[in-house]
Design a protein around this ligand. Sequence first.
Ligand code: G6P
Length: 608
Amino acid sequence: MCGIIGYVGPRKVVPVIIEGLRKLEYRGYDSAGMAILEKGELVVVKKRGKLKALEEAIEGKEYTATTGMGHTRWATHGRVEDRNAHPHVDCKGAIAVIHNGIIENYQVLRDGLIEKGHVFVSETDTEVIAHLMEEQIDAGADLLDAARKTALQLDGAFAFLVLAKAFPGRIVAVRRLSPLVLGVGVGEMILGSDTPALLEYTHRIIPLHDGDIVEINDKGYAFYSLEDGHAFDRTPMTVQWNAAAAEKQGYKHFMLKEIHEQPVVIRDTLYGRIDIESGHVELEEFQGQPVPDHISIVAAGTSYHASRVGKYLLEELARIPTEVSFSSEYRYQRPIVRPGTMGIAVTQSGETIDTLAALRLQRSLGAKVVAITNRPESTVSRESDVTFVTQAGLEIGVAATKSFMAQLIAFYLIALNFGQRNGTLDAETSAHYASQLSSLSQKCEQVLEYAGIMETIARKFYKVHDMIYVGRGVNYPIALEGALKMKEISYIHAEGYAAGELKHGPIALLDEDVPVVGILPKGALYEKIYSNLQESIARDSPLVVLADRKDKRAQAIATDFIPMPPVEELFSPVIYSLPLQLLAYYTADGKGLDVDQPRNLAKSVTVE
Ligand code: G6P
């Protein structure tokens, strides 16, 4: 939800802003803009459309400024137009603001400012910040004080940066709820919505906490409290990712690269956590934490689908009653948290606002809270009792793939660990499951080798309007996720259903124009799913079947057959996810769509 970047240092700032925005573009890409202090003047350039439009607007200009900030927008208030793009300025064009979040009381503030004679040019909530800053600075406040007094008038979520002509070489940033990270370089300071934008300059970062104000200038940085203005310090942490992770490395899209990274992600997430011989799963993160009696998982989007698999595994392997909720629903319900309940927030980014709020609610109701996240430096991680860091590495494609995989593996490990500790799993069963888990990475490699099959099948979907994905048991969430992937990037209406539910309504949609994708691994539910698939053939639906490569019966009913390596049903979600990701990828790419930046979406949803 919007990407923001700010820089003070010796470099020419415009390329720093453009490169930073390129790395943050996944957060929103409706418009892009920048504000710099160029030879004593505040220069603002902003354009609707992708970053390219901004680059074109400044092409050929030789800026020398070394202080500046940039913004890539995901529209909330105000249409996608130049005037609604950030930065926003005050009446005199001397103060610039960029913002991520939503100012809930902006209308009241705006009305009050208009009464005082301020002139607004945009429809955004953000513009009030620039005019409130103007009021403060006109009354004699310093940049820092003006930002603090302005922020105290705002309701809602925000991370904003301000820059003013009267205060050269300084940027002040304030955070409440929306993410913001400070990169501490040598002689240069950089602020960004997310760590990847900073990695080219430094690996030493400080994530801002709620209620932090930070000023960056040529001397360094200084933290202050939003509440009372007192100064304090925060210690930088070192992040390991290298800047190359943010490159496509020869793949056409980040999504394709990330799909192909999954065998390594599985190995990395298992690494050091599982003893293949004994099957023992050692999770340092949970040391000192008793095995819970109940589990309540909160998550959104793809993380929710991984959590649905997690529920199945926790109940099957550890016999712990587990519920899964959309965070956006959970936070507005009156959930019951019994003694012995563990809350688990599953979130790749660790910044999804609803998931953060749901976790806070769980915690306030007395649950121990665990974060399963790809971002150890995130807010959710900081606010949890236990953080299980998935080892997916940096994921740039907006459609989650490898982070989903890492979340699945995290659930296998946690379920096995809990099952071993509460006596549900004996040594022999544990060893068997451990060996199954360890074989998955290689099986995924096998599936990726025949990605070409998915590319061929995808050609049939270019003109399709509706699709149905079906699975059962542990693969029902995989059907949901497969359909979500297709929807997100190819804009085909796709629905995931529990195969047994097909006949209770969705079957009415089926005809020769509505393909059905069936997940049919060998296992206890095989015959049931097989019969469900027959029902769709009887309605003339083209049928794509994912099944064991030797499964002749499946081949016989399939219009298109996707051969899968042999795998036990319990572990099949891991490898059966891959062809569905590839089907969505090749469909979207074949339709000429922007795979890595699908319309209307953002990778990290930090507004409600
Ligand atoms: C957005 C992304 C999805 C993601 C969801 C939850 O909608 O586009 O890919 O699954 O947020 O994100 P999280 O970071 O909490 O896993």
